[in-house]
Design a protein around this ligand. Structure first.
Ligand code: COA
Ligand code: NAP
Length: 275
């Protein structure tokens, strides 16, 4: 369900949103929610066909769309992408740092270059985007949204690289919020839970175990890209104009259980006590 169900359809009319990694998955869902609310949208990524298909979807909302091919690890390429989007769809009011890489790897088998690849895309890539966007955001008094993950604050097996990268992103977000508040620029993170139909979920979970995965989510369902798009629309809107430096978790409560083993055992003990 798009955010237009509850927000005014022209909430972001005349505004521009740039989404790194916006060619697919959650980030494309975020871009679509902004487009549906009237924003002009720019996206970047490394795969031209993916970006072109995403742009066609975004244009169906009737807004201006800019596509730029850029690897977020390459700050010069990002700067060029931001200049292109400024020329085509205007100075950005919202930057969404969503580009990321992930795979399961036991720490003892993960090569230093494998660790570096993820930290470079997620953390350094988010800094590159933030740094290159400063002038435009300063001009628009805009805001930044970082797409984080539960791995930033709960350890997950075989995710040492992702945990380090996303924890870094959330701390960077707080530093940026602290430093750039004086320019009127806000910064916040969104932590998605398991989002249906995404590359991330495909890489980290076994479809045959979906029922078990859902049973560990307090709200008993996987999330949708629109769930995240709606939170993004709220955080970038005037409704959240006094919110900065926040990590907003949108995961159906997935990261609350902590020690799943403790919870399962506690449930068994409680059942036994109750007869
Ligand atoms: N397990 C362990 N190591 C892996 C790996 C895996 N599944 N996939 C890649 N690596 C290692 C490589 O072996 C290499 O290390 P090495 O040089 O020591 O061998 C290093 O990571 C870089 O690999 P490379 O393929 O050159 O990286 P890339 O920059 O082309 O791609 C990835 C980045 C690896 C993150 C790739 O999976 C990707 O592009 N992902 C984007 C999409 C995605 O992950 N979506 C989900 C987001 S949640
Ligand atoms: P996805 O579709 O693979 O999204 C990642 C996007 O980033 C892709 O479009 C990818 O396109 C782009 N990208 C990757 N490396 C890049 C680089 N070096 N430069 C520029 N773009 C790059 O996966 P997703 O699952 O929807 O994930 C989106 C975001 O949500 C990520 O930040 C992820 O960590 C976060 N998240 C996902 C979940 C989940 O359940 N899926 C849960 C928590 C957090 P190219 O490969 O073509 O460049």
């Amino acid at each position: 369900m798009l955010a237009t169900q509850y927000f005014a359809k022209d909430l972001f009319k005349g505004k521009t949103v740039f989404v790194t990694g916006g060619g697919s998955g959650i980030n494309l869902g975020v871009a679509k929610n902004f487009a549906a609310l009237g924003a002009n949208v720019a996206i970047c990524g490394r795969t031209q066909e993916k970006l072109d298909a995403a742009a066609a979807e975004l244009r169906s909302f009737g807004t201006e769309v800019c596509v730029a091919s850029a690897d977020v690890r390459d700050s010069a390429a990002l700067e060029a992408a931001f200049e292109k989007s400024r020329a085509e769809v205007g100075a950005m009011d919202v930057l969404v740092c969503g580009a990321a890489g992930n795979f399961l790897a036991p720490a003892e088998k993960l090569s230093p270059n494998g660790f570096k690849a993820v930290v470079d895309i997620d953390l350094l890539g988010s800094f590159n985007a933030t740094h290159s966007a400063f002038e435009q955001l300063n001009e628009t008094k805009g805001s930044i949204l970082y797409i984080s993950a539960g791995m930033a604050y709960m350890p997950h097996a075989f995710q040492v690289h992702v945990g380090a990268a996303k924890a870094g992103i959330d701390m960077m977000m707080k530093n940026i919020a602290l430093e750039w508040g004086r320019f009127g620029i806000r910064a916040n993170s969104i932590v998605p839970g398991p989002i249906e139909g995404t590359e991330g979920l495909k890489r980290l979970s076994d479809p045959a175990e979906k029922a078990r995965l859902i049973s560990a989510v307090p709200l008993r369902r996987t999330g949708t890209a629109d769930d995240i798009g709606q939170v993004a629309a709220f955080l970038a809107s005037p409704l959240a104009s006094y919110m900065t430096g926040c990590v907003v978790v949108c995961d159906g409560g997935q990261n609350l259980p902590g020690s799943a083993l403790f919870n399962t055992t506690a449930e068994q003990v409680l059942r036994a006590q109750q007869g």
